[in-house]
Design a binder for this molecule. Structure first.
Ligand SMILES: [Zn+2]
Length: 106
């Protein structure tokens, strides 16, 4: 098993040092190298984490930068479902309009 190391974790708008195990591998795509900890759930306030930085290690998954960006987008989609539906419908109508224009049936 990999030994524990110290690394920085961003928790909401706080940055803290934690002790834990990082594999240096993305848990989503398997890419090796620089990884980040993605919080799939924020259970604590920033003040609680500043008092006890190890809390920032909870509810995390190790991801590469690209998968972390995608995970945040998915989280944003889920967190604002009504807006996600509106944007989805708007994009569908745009797609239909573009296809109609290509076919000359505007
Ligand atoms: Zn990845």
């Amino acid at each position: 098993m990999k030994p524990e190391t110290r690394f920085r974790v961003k928790y909401r708008n706080a940055r803290v040092w934690v002790t834990g195990r990082k594999l240096g591998m993305c848990m989503a795509c398997g890419e090796k190298g620089r990884t980040e900890m993605h919080h799939w759930h924020y259970a604590y306030t920033t003040d609680e984490v500043r008092k006890d930085p190890q809390l920032a290690n909870h509810h995390t998954i190790e991801l590469c930068f690209k998968c972390h960006r995608t995970a945040n987008m998915i989280k944003n989609l889920a967190d604002d479902e009504p807006r996600t539906k509106k944007v989805s419908f708007a994009l569908r109508y745009l797609f239909i309009a573009i296809e109609k224009e290509k076919l000359g049936i505007v």
